[in-house]
Design a protein around this ligand. Sequence first.
Ligand code: LMR
Length: 401
Amino acid sequence: LISNLSLLPPDALLGLMAAYKEDPRDTKVDLGVGIYKDDAGQTPVLKAVKAAEEMLLTTETSKAYEGPRGNQLFDNAVERQIFGDNSEARAQGRVVSLASPGGCGALSVAVGFVKRLSQQGVVWVSSPSWPNHAHVVRAMGMATDSYAYDEVSSGPHAGKVDFEGIKTTLAKAKAGDGIIIQGPCHNPTGIDLDNAQWEAIAHLCVEKSLFPIVDVAYHGFGNSLDEDMLGVRRFLSIVPEALVSYSCSKNFGLYRERTGCLVAQTQSTEHTKVTLSHLADIARASYSMPPSHGAAIVATILDTPALYAMWVEELDLMRGRITSLREAMALALRKHGKDVAADRIVRQKGMFSLMQFEEGAAQKLVAEHAIYLPNSGRINVAGLKLDTIEYVAKCMAPYLK
Ligand code: LMR
């Protein structure tokens, strides 16, 4: 039977990760998959994570299943990250959450839920977006459509959110459709909605009866933990119902521990119960119950003041390093006459920057210079190093528009 199948190409980002590992050139630069790296090019375990693991080693007494919601201390702590400490929706019992295998596991369950709400609906994804968004939607048996997101032309709005474009494309959306909206640090553009735009998009969702899935994968990588969530909080205060997928991969550096959470906001405690029953049912048919180690680490950090302070400091350092790399890259690009690209890279937030290259540039940069980036032209800014930035900018400049 397997002879009926043909070989699939690897996932673009994961394929790039494997090709980078095998490349013997010692000048190679990895700007592919979104993983934070330090000046030495390493992705060390955060000190706060190590300290939490040490505590867990002595306090954990069982590996028995925790149930469909996983670690509820973790669930509550993530809810506080999303809604803040004084949330009316939480106080009113309109919020419930389940730990999940990474943000991706949360997204899959979220899309499965939207499908139960509207069999004929589609899920709208920004264009561009993280390629796996559309992949997850289709794998869950739903169709996707895309809404415009950023202005790429070279006018005064270049590299900004194209809010008119968002509204025009979403005019075609139908009641019951889902929409994935990324939280802080949009992947791949690094261009975020401002707070007024979050509000406007919330009203649009209400007017058109769209069901929102807010994907928060880079909390703390924009401006600060609090500031990053202002737009999302405003949005959630306007829409009556929403799901939020929250990933701890980047901000806690827990990539391989697959640590995420799916948070639901509903209109009433009764709807909260119904929603939880469906989310747990969808999860049960897939991964059954969530992994525990990463969730226990995050709960320990968020609920232990000394570890929390340690984590915030480490997160600030990661964000600060990315900001310096953006500034250094902009300086290097300006030396090569690439002012537009330089302006963009300093304005963007988070790990990524979507460079405006000529067609085929990414393949050439990989083949000729061992600079690894996906064909979309997205670079993981955290993969740059101060001592290689000049080289990277020089190699990229001839291909930049
Ligand atoms: C990325 O976009 O590089 C990250 O979100 C990692 C991934 O799983 O693709």
